[in-house]
Ligand binder design. Sequence first.
Ligand SMILES: Cc1cc2nc3c(=O)[nH]c(=O)nc-3n(C[C@H](O)[C@H](O)[C@H](O)COP(=O)(O)OP(=O)(O)OC[C@H]3O[C@@H](n4cnc5c(N)ncnc54)[C@H](O)[C@@H]3O)c2cc1C
Length: 412
Amino acid sequence: MDTDHLIIGGGAAGVFAALTAAEYGRRCIILEPNEQIGRKLRITGKGRCNLTNNCTQSEFMEHIPRNNSFLYSSIARCTPQDIMYYFSNLGVPLKTERGNRVFPVSDKAQDIVQALALELKKKKIPVIREKVKSLCIENGCCVGAKTTNGKIYRAATTLLATGGISYPATGSTGDGFRMAEKVGHTIISPVPSLVPIETEEVWCKDAMGLSLKNVSLKLYNKNKCIYESLGEMLFTHFGVSGPLVLRASAHILDEAPENYYLKIDLKPGLNIEQLDKRLQRDFSEMPNKAIGTILRGLLPTKLIPVILLLIELSPETKAHDITRVQRQALANQIKNLPLTIKAFRPVEEAIITRGGICVKEINAKTMESKLMPNLYFAGEIIDVDGYTGGFNLQIAFSTAFSAGTAMALKDI
Ligand SMILES: Cc1cc2nc3c(=O)[nH]c(=O)nc-3n(C[C@H](O)[C@H](O)[C@H](O)COP(=O)(O)OP(=O)(O)OC[C@H]3O[C@@H](n4cnc5c(N)ncnc54)[C@H](O)[C@@H]3O)c2cc1C
């Protein structure tokens, strides 16, 4: 045997599983095609790394829209607070921001990656620059893996932690799905989640670059509002993006995105009557001013022509010429600016991949395959995903902890 435990993938999950198993004095080897570990980790949280979410376990589960029962055991054994303690002990001070989101005090994801790399060195865990092509199976058990260079690494247990298929430039290209499928696992179709949204409205392109803060975004399915949240969003050349949009995308479940639509409330702090009163006051204070000018005090300039076009009112219309019906239509449009969803952006642009190895085929306590003895899984490769806020990295760490512990405790 070349090693006790062979870890395929040097991302958050693979590295943490190796470090966990090494705590038991076990030998581990990580195979990773990138020059350095944690390429995706480096770009998390816009380079700041939203490491975890400092919440309770029951709050955590509320942020996992699918298959959350699969995570009960691993989250209980490696909690967000355990991860905070772990990285603080590695010498990375952390801070908790709005929404319990945890970041390094330095605001540098690089510090997290460096701390892990240093720990791998201390524990003498080699990271070998190799891309795995297939799993090696003998007598119905996984005995290691073969690389694209033809080298075979034999191990008592093998962990597949190759991530999903989003941001493939970071190395996550879906190899793990193909390898697992080949040995009999079911792959739930990988689709994008936490992803920007393409809209029908061509005016979004004109508003490109506009970032809206403190707005409310509502997601509707068949006229029923299924999600609403306050925060920040962004207009792009294809439609909309930003935290509010990414979070909303995770609520678009089985049906096609075209069955859903969005509404932006540009003034969530005012109800419709209060907004109407505000417009009445502005109009009576500036009766001879054009509506296009008056609205500058209330709305981002780029959205004024859009809103006026939607209610068929010329920007040149003087305030004193605006009827009550027109004013009420204006207030309604400001509180309910509609966006028709055309499609998701491709999975390559998604923060995470929804889908992956079917959880029914994995032991939720040990992360061992129920179909192939000595094969384990951890991280985004598994069909479980969370909303934004540090939940996805915590899933990677917790499943890796369960896998690393179980592999190390296995009789070999
Ligand atoms: C832009 C962006 C920002 C994000 N921000 C956050 C955030 O702030 N907080 C949060 O919780 N989550 C965030 N996420 C999600 C989070 O990064 C992932 O869920 C997490 O990295 C998954 O870890 P993983 O180890 O399972 O997979 P990955 O991090 O994708 O690692 C998989 C590794 O496997 C390697 N690999 C692939 N194929 C092979 C092969 N054939 N042989 C050997 N190795 C292979 C890859 O090179 C890669 O290094 C973000 C994601 C993106 C894209």
